[in-house]
Structures are given as structure tokens and as C-alpha cells.
Design a protein around this ligand. Structure first.
Ligand code: ADP
Length: 318
């Protein structure tokens, strides 16, 4: 028997709920169970709520509702359903924002929604602008960093916003295709409209957080919608400037794990600096008889992932 963990938390990605018939991914190969995804979320919540000792929190890794809702005018209702399901948990839920949040809502609207899990600001010098990154300490000598992978993006902002203009310029420099969602022919195929990146202000802030954690002997788990390691993703689904985020992480000792969603097949690698990169399988492409969520039990020297359904169990030493 393992000793009791220091704390535990739930993880889930790419729920992409919509009250719509099943469909397929862009390639036409993977079925998307839009309506069932809400039932899978409810099953996840029920399983998490029954855990003893109770979880400390849940991380929702983005794409909580599908872009289909925007087209059918059901964005608000779909979000209400997802938040109501998560609201049955007696613990905080921390949300990353993905491309599908921005298909449905502006950044300004998200700040005023139940998907804004940013705690009241208590740390000095948060990242500049409308960046949604934040950090919190769930237990002594542990810290969670929530990164905003669409801080550079043309999704979620009006075209007259300077950050939109800067992002569009970068995207067009890297992607000459007429359809900016198409990675065809790109040297850096992650430069597509449905991805985004990290501003220098966010990277500077991230660096300061990790410096503090190094100085205080903390272990840090980082989460964001987009994967940042090519071995835990395909070449398209990475954050635009994933290398910049990796450099910040690798210039510190404290980061033990990076959690992402976006790539519905999931992925995992242990990188050259001993950081675990775990990309979670997406609920939306999970058949109704299975599921895709997990609980991570944190110990002084490791994290143990208990996966459900498509997500495998895994021990991540640090
Ligand atoms: N290879 C591609 N070429 C052109 N458009 C694409 C390609 N892959 C995805 N898209 C488009 O990009 C958008 C996001 O893709 P989607 O599969 O919905 O993202 P996610 O994997 O986050 O669910 C959709 O409008 C989709 O049609």
C-alpha cells in the first residue's frame, strides 16, 4: 500500500460539449460524440466526488464546449450545462482556455464567465494586458501555473486590438496559406489559426514565478491548453512559440510536469530535463461506453496518475 498522498487533483480535457449529433474531426477519421461528452463529464464528476480523501481541485484543460454552439446560438446554454456539471464538485475547478472557448466567446466575455478561475490577484506583477495566466499554491512546496496559450492569437479579440494585429502579422509571416487553419507546406506547422502562443510579457512573468519556486524549493506543475513538447504532440498541435516556453522551464529546476489537452489522441514524454509532458486524451473523441479523465495523486517524489477509460495509469517520478 502506498502512503497517503500529499494531495490529489482531477484532470480532464476537450469536453467540447454541444447538443448536436455525432460528427467527425477535420480528417474525417475520428468520431466526435458532442452530446455524450456531457454525460462523460457527469460520470467524471461523480467519480471524483466519491474519492476519499477528497480532491483538492480539478484542472479543466480547455475546449469545454464546442465551436458548433456558436453557429447554433447555444453557446451560453451549453456553457451553463458544463459549469452546472462541474459545479456539483465541492472543490475549485481551474480552467485553461482553448480555441473552442474563443469560437464561442470573446476574451472579454470569458473574463466575466464561470470559466474565469483566476483567483483575486494577490501576487505582485501579474502578466501584462489581458493575459489570463496565474499561479497558486495548493500545498506547501507545490505550485500550479495556469498558462494562457492564446495570449498571442487572432481568436477572441477584435481586429482593432493591437495584440490581434501583432498576432495576425506573426501568423501570416509563418503561414502563407489562404486558409490560416491549414498547416499544408509549413516549415513550422503549428502556425495555424486554431493555435496560439505566449507573449513576451507572459514568458517574463512565468520566469519570475519559476524563479520564486526555485528559491523556495517548490515543485511546479504547469498547465495550458496547447502542448509545448513535440514528443507529446503531433507537429501541428503545438503552441506557436512552444520553444520559448520550454526554454523558460528548462532554465529552472522546479517544473516537474506540463499538462495539456488539444490533441485528442493524447501523448506523453519525459524530456531531456526530466520534465514530464502529459497531453490528455480528449473527452469529445471518447465513445460513450468509455471515458477520458484522471486523478493525479501527488507525493514528495512522484505523481501517480490514475486514468479512467482511454487515459492510462502512469507514475511520474521527480
Ligand atoms: N488541416 C486542416 N486544414 C484546414 N483547416 C483545418 C485543418 N485542421 C483543422 N482545421 C479547421 O480548424 C478549426 C479547428 O479544428 P478542430 O478540429 O475543430 O480543432 P480541435 O482539434 O481543437 O477540435 C476547424 O474550423 C477546422 O475545420
Amino acid at each position: 500500500m502506498e502512503a497517503a498522498p500529499l494531495f490529489s487533483f482531477g484532470v480532464i480535457a476537450d469536453i467540447q460539449y454541444a447538443d448536436a449529433e455525432d460528427g467527425y474531426d477535420f480528417g474525417g477519421l475520428r468520431r466526435r460524440y458532442y452530446r455524450q461528452s456531457l454525460n462523460l463529464l457527469r460520470d467524471a464528476v461523480e467519480a471524483w466526488a466519491a474519492e476519499r480523501p477528497p480532491l483538492a481541485f480539478v484542472l479543466q484543460l480547455g475546449d469545454s464546449i464546442d465551436g458548433l454552439n456558436a453557429r447554433s446560438g447555444e453557446a451560453e446554454g451549453a456553457l451553463e450545462q458544463v459549469l452546472a456539471a462541474l459545479g456539483r464538485l465541492p472543490v475549485p475547478v481551474h480552467h485553461a482556455w482553448g480555441n473552442h472557448e474563443f469560437y464561442n466567446f470573446s476574451r472579454a466575455r470569458l473574463v466575466r464567465s464561470g470559466l474565469n478561475s483566476h483567483p483575486a490577484r494577490d501576487m505582485a506583477d501579474p502578466p501584462a494586458g489581458d493575459c489570463q495566466a496565474y499561479d497558486f499554491s495548493p500545498a506547501a512546496q507545490f505550485r500550479i501555473v495556469v498558462l494562457d496559450a492564446y495570449d498571442l492569437s487572432i481568436l477572441g479579440r477584435e481586429p482593432d486590438n493591437p495584440r490581434y494585429q501583432e498576432s495576425l502579422q506573426l501568423l501570416q509571416e509563418k503561414n502563407p496559406n489562404d486558409n490560416l487553419n491549414s498547416p499544408t507546406g509549413l516549415k513550422e506547422p503549428q502556425f495555424v489559426e486554431f493555435n496560439g502562443g505566449f507573449s513576451q510579457a507572459q514568458l517574463d512573468w512565468f520566469n519570475e514565478v519559476l524563479k520564486f519556486s526555485d528559491e523556495n524549493q517548490e515543485k511546479v506543475v504547469v498547465m495550458g491548453h496547447l502542448p509545448i513538447h513535440p514528443d507529446a504532440s503531433d507537429r501541428v498541435c503545438l503552441a506557436w512559440n512552444y520553444e520559448d516556453a520550454l526554454s523558460v522551464i528548462h532554465s529552472h529546476q522546479c517544473v516537474v510536469c506540463f499538462l495539456a489537452g488539444h490533441l485528442h489522441d493524447g501523448g506523453y514524454c519525459l524530456d531531456s530535463h526530466g520534465v514530464h509532458h502529459l497531453t490528455l486524451e480528449g473527452v469529445i473523441e471518447t465513445p460513450p461506453e468509455s471515458n477520458a479523465f484522471g486523478t493525479i495523486y501527488v507525493y514528495e517524489d512522484k505523481m501517480i496518475l490514475k486514468g479512467r477509460g482511454r487515459i492510462s495509469d502512469r507514475v511520474m517520478h521527480f
